[in-house]
Design a protein around this ligand. Sequence first.
Ligand code: PGA
Length: 258
Amino acid sequence: MVNPQRKSIITGNWKMYKTIEEGLKFIQGLIPLVQSDELPLVYLAVPYTMLESASKITKNTKVTIGAQNMNDASEGAFTGEIAARMLKEAGAQFVILGHSERRTYFHEDNAFINKKVKRATQENLPCVLCIGESEEEREAGLSFEVIQKQLLECFNGLTQKDILKCMVAYEPKWAIGTGKTATAEIAQEMHHHCRQFVGENWGEDIANKMIIQYGGSVKPENAKALMEQPDIDGLLVGGASLSLDFFSQIVNYNTSTV
Ligand code: PGA
């Protein structure tokens, strides 16, 4: 819901999909569909290969280009890795950190993600920190505890100023790519709890300014109900962001007819 303290942002996460040619064609089609000032800002986390060209064609538009991951070191002998400075040089204006696919397939834990968050903020590269519980954790009644631990450990040692360079994406693992979306009520409950916890630990001002996006099987059909919740400031969209039709409907959720 539009809150004067917080921007409304809808982020597409393209994961390992789209060549440069496919991506640029998509973005050219997207720009006119999301340009109105009434709409949320649009962030797109694209593959590294198209960061530079995508950033160039989105200058002075509502679309902001970012990356999906980075290494925590400033540089070094880490074959195949990429540094924050390199992302920035290629035009990235934000980076997603701690995505559940990184946690699951690449064994990233909160301590490692914390180092990445520190590096990103040190380099003034805003990040989207992903948190969220698994199905077993939810069933065991541990959802709040899990996200509290993730927030505490991933923001550990950051100054309040640095925390404000971060957004949070609440993405329950059981909802990512599964077609099972959290209901708007569950998502709101988790977002509210997350904001309260941020307030208790880092102050009310940060809590009020913190942009918290919801992610996990967002579709044109559920975007509006989610966005109407008072603590949901935006959406992090995976699968549906690969379709121009679906993604532009999600950004235009207020007038979409689905
Ligand atoms: P999904 O992915 O929308 O396909 O569930 C969300 C995400 O991975 O960020």
